[in-house]
Ligand binder design. Structure first.
Ligand SMILES: Nc1nc2c(c(=O)[nH]1)N[C@H]1C(S)=C(S)[C@@H](COP(=O)(O)OP(=O)(O)OC[C@H]3O[C@@H](n4cnc5c(=O)[nH]c(N)nc54)[C@H](O)[C@@H]3O)O[C@H]1N2
Ligand SMILES: Nc1nc2c(c(=O)[nH]1)N[C@H]1C(S)=C(S)[C@@H](COP(=O)(O)OP(=O)(O)OC[C@H]3O[C@@H](n4cnc5c(=O)[nH]c(N)nc54)[C@H](O)[C@@H]3O)O[C@H]1N2
Ligand SMILES: [Mo]
Length: 791
């Protein structure tokens, strides 16, 4: 199938298969217009960097330029397929807008300079702040889009060298709840399931996960099962008419923010019908009685009333889930970014524990990731956690990390939980954080309540470093801008949702003086003179492979054990799932196969939190609750969202994605085919609400919340009434219009609220109150895509 058709038909042709069979291969390829595979000089191994699926691919190189991509058939994840963003997105690498030299602010303007000057300023400011105030003056805000080697290096610099506890990634906005839900139920991060569970499942439930648009190759796998013999039943929980909803056996469209009530309704039915694996519970879990008591309060009628869905549908969905022999569940932002994020996501784990559906083919939970390397941010300490799932409140783990790093344990901050980014922004607002180093993320578009974010980042007293590949909305506010090399221009590894590790090799040189993020972090460490306790350089590696070897040592014996992998082993064939070590030299398909968890008190990553208040559980409390390392069932009651519709703001606002764009579009907005497919912002309004307000397709609306407003054209859809949806991809940067810093009227985050989940600290991008008013009549349809939820 040619790539051209893939804009119109993004999931390509079907290759149906039955339960337990191998998913057939299909090789997707797209090369620059006029070239064929024979013209390619070399193919360089890599994987996708535009979502978390980990689709393996080869980068086509001709005359030392990237000219296309081809899926890798041999890979366990995608069997040769690629999503539409990957087929086109590589074009952004060669954009003339790439940053090629460092920039520094002079007389209010950013001007080009050399690396010595730029790094010199950062180092000087760091040293001065460390002398004046100490480590708490310095914060790092990184991403889910660098490589493992880079996060590990940033982690040692921040935690082991500078000694600050202010380290977080944009994974906080993304998969903090995935990590937290796994920590609550299994006392450790780490995805229990495998993508091959799709091949075996007889029921697949997608909770707040628009997989068709956000992991389109995974959806191809599900579609191929749906079109094959004995297809699985599909349950979709989403207030919008997504492609998943269209294919669902049962589509539950709850009011946004009511996920906990719905989950409790489902669990009520499962327990009331005794679709429970009592032997599994007895042997492998604690906490069932509390759950059984709690969900007694949520018979289907009660849940149906809170969620505004038919009680009968809850019963139907519960019967599918309760009677499945091989149940696969996936969870994503409709839960993670909504009210009671962790509490809701944990209930999905509870279903699997109660039904004994873990560690067997077809029985997986995928607490999904979003970004391509989000798993590594979490594993390597880029999100403030300690590397290799060490427990910050276990002194033995701190000692062990200090041994690996050869530093004094007291130098590693562990007096309180790591500072999450919303708190870091607060400290910057208050003036205690005075240097904020932002790498690989664009908070001036992606954080909630942008008017506030801009005012924080532009303060005179805050020194902002931005490390990016483009002059993003955030980079434009920086004091120093560092030009980074990216995917295809540097080497490193990263890990997808189902623990598959891929190697991504350098295919071409970066533009101008741009440098790999790894090189930049190492250079900073050496310039600062960071030393271990024997006076040797703290960072003892010099390139990606030596960093990987160091990281492997750090993971030895931990859940995410990488010691059995090498770059060489990752070359040529398929990616490999951790843990991979002497015991499991070929990697590990599923965790918890024997009902054994990483949750023993002395081994576990986390003792968990109170699901309502978020307060960390004390070590002694945890030991009493779970002395022998079982799975932990945690119950939670429903609590309404903090901001609910009112007379002034009668709608519930939710935000999210379209198939064609990645986040703030710095890459996909520079791929002409993708930009043309979704050129501008829109707002989804239900048929019912449009009729009530006299709105038609394409009318220009003003959407307002208590925090700000934006303008967008209306797309009338079957979204549930009372709810409006705005994609968050559109900052003020525009391919046609150039940069227009004052025109901020189209980013979804102008409207969103400064609020976060008590447990995971993930911001609540889905559930705020809003109003819509017509500004002008339509002059044609809205710019919303013609596929997916906006079809
Ligand atoms: N095309 C594309 N793919 C991507 C990305 C991208 O930007 N573009 N980004 C990647 C990243 S980083 C991420 S995190 C993932 C995100 O992937 P998804 O989570 O699948 O994407 P979203 O659109 O953010 O949200 C999913 C759905 O949540 C629903 N929803 C909103 N509120 C609620 C609620 O209260 N309850 C329920 N049950 N559902 C609700 C929305 O209607 C939406 O369809 O995608 C990854 N893949
Ligand atoms: N309203 C609303 N807001 C949201 C969400 C939502 O659903 N609704 N979703 C949230 C989620 S899940 C996410 S993940 C975030 C994403 O939000 P961001 O991380 O802010 O979005 P990106 O556009 O991916 O920003 C990545 C930046 O890194 C740069 N970059 C790319 N590759 C490299 C590299 O190799 N090195 C360096 N140094 N820089 C690089 C890019 O040019 C870009 O500026 O947004 C969050 N914000
Ligand atoms: Mo994300």
């Amino acid at each position: 199938m040619t790539a051209k058709d893939r804009i119109a038909e993004p999931w390509g042709t079907r290759t149906p298969y039955g339960p337990g069979e191998q998913w057939p291969q299909r090789t997707d390829i797209h090369l620059q217009e006029g070239l064929s595979a024979e013209d390619v000089d070399r193919w360089v191994q890599s994987a996708s960097i535009l979502h978390s699926n980990g689709d393996a691919m080869d980068i086509a190189v001709k005359d030392d330029r990237i000219v296309g991509v081809r899926g890798r058939e041999a890979d366990r994840v995608n069997h040769g397929r690629l999503g539409v963003k990957d087929l086109y997105g590589w074009q952004a690498n060669a954009s003339p807008d790439r940053l090629t030299r460092p920039l520094v602010r002079e007389g209010g303007r950013l001007v080009e300079t050399d690396w010595d000057t730029a790094m010199g300023r950062i180092v000087e400011r760091t040293q001065q702040l460390l002398a004046d105030q100490g480590p708490s003056a310095v914060g790092f805000y990184t991403t889910g889009q660098l490589f493992a080697e880079e996060y590990y290096t940033l982690g040692i610099v921040a935690h082991g060298g500078i000694g600050t506890n202010h380290v977080d990634g944009n994974t906080r906005l993304c998969t903090a709840t995935a990590a937290e839900a796994l920590k609550e139920s299994f006392a450790s991060d780490g995805q229990p399931g495998s993508y091959t569970d799709i091949d075996h499942a007889d029921a697949i439930c997608l909770y707040g996960h628009n997989v068709a648009e956000t992991q389109s190759v995974l959806w191809m796998r599900m579609l191929d099962r749906l079109e094959g013999p004995n297809p699985p039943k599909l349950v979709c929980v989403d207030p919008r008419p997504t492609e998943v909803a269209r294919h669902a056996t049962v589509h539950l469209a709850p009011l946004p923010g009511t996920n906990v009530a719905l989950m409790n309704g489902l669990l009520h039915e499962i327990i009331a019908h005794d679709w429970v694996d009592h032997a599994y519970l007895e042997a492998h879990a604690v906490g069932f009685d509390e759950l059984a008591t709690r969900v007694k309060d949520y018979p289907p009628e009660v849940a149906a009333h809170i969620c505004d869905v038919p009680a009968e549908q809850i019963r139907e969905a519960a019967a599918i889930i309760g009677q499945a022999d091989r149940l696969l569940s996936t969870v994503l932002q409709g839960f993670y970014q909504s009210n009671q994020a962790t509490a809701a996501s944990v209930q999905v784990n509870n279903i699997h524990i109660v039904r004994g559906m873990l560690g067997k083919p077809g029985c997986g939970v995928l607490q999904m990731n979003g970004q391509p390397t989000a798993q590594n941010t979490r594993e390597c300490g880029g999100d403030g956690d300690l590397p290799a799932f060490r427990n910050w409140s276990n002194d033995e783990h701190i000692k062990d990390l200090a041994r690996v790093w050869n530093v004094d344990p007291m130098e590693i901050p562990h007096y309180s939980p790591p500072t999450h980014v919303m708190q870091m922004m607060r400290y910057a607002e208050d003036g205690s954080i005075k240097l904020l180093w932002i790498s690989g993320t664009n908070p001036a578009v992606s954080l909630p309540e942008l008017p506030r974010v801009r005012s924080i980042l532009t303060q005179e007293r805050l020194f902002v470093v931005v490390q990016d590949i483009f002059l993003s909305e955030t980079a434009q506010l920086a004091d120093v801008v560092l030009p980074a090399a990216t995917w295809g221009e540097k080497t490193g590894t990263f890990t997808n949702v189902d623990r598959t590790v891929h190697l991504s090799e350098k295919a071409v040189d970066p533009p101008g003086e741009a440098k790999a993020d790894l090189e930049i972090f190492i250079d900073y460490a050496h310039r600062l003179g960071l030393k271990d306790k024997d006076g040797a350089p703290l960072v003892k590696w010099h390139d990606a492979e030596s960093a990987f070897e160091a990281w492997k040592e750090c993971t030895r014996g931990r859940p995410c054990d990488y010691t059995g992998m090498t770059y060489e082993k990752l070359r040529g064939g398929s990616g490999i799932q951790w843990p991979c070590n002497d015991e499991h030299p070929d990697g590990t398909e599923r965790l918890y196969e024997d009902g054994k968890f990483f949750s023993a008190p002395e081994y576990c990553e986390s003792y968990g939190r109170d699901l309502i208040t978020g307060a960390p559980v004390e070590p002694t409390e945890y030991k009493a609750l779970n002395p022998t390392g079982k799975a932990v069932i945690k119950a939670a009651g429903y609590m309404p969202p903090h901001e609910i519709p009112s007379e002034d703001f009668p709608f519930i606002l939710i935000t999210g994605r379209t198939l064609y764009h990645f986040h703030t579009r710095t890459k996909t907005g520079r791929a002409p085919e993708l930009q043309a497919a979704a050129p501008d912002v829109w707002v989804e309004v239900s048929e019912h609400d449009a009729a009530a307000q006299g709105l038609a397709e394409g009318d220009l609306l003003e959407v307002s919340s208590p925090r700000g407003s934006l303008r967008a054209k209306a797309r009338i859809t079957a979204i549930r009434s009372g709810v409006v949806f705005v994609p968050f991809h559109y900052g003020y940067w525009d391919t046609e219009g150039g940069h227009a810093p004052d025109d901020v009227g189209r980013a979804a985050n102008e409207l969103t609220i400064t609020d976060w989940d008590a447990c995971s600290k993930q911001p609540i991008f889905k559930t705020a109150a809003a109003r819509i008013e017509k500004v002008a009549d339509a002059d044609g349809p809205s710019p919303a895509p013609r596929i997916g939820a906006t079809r």
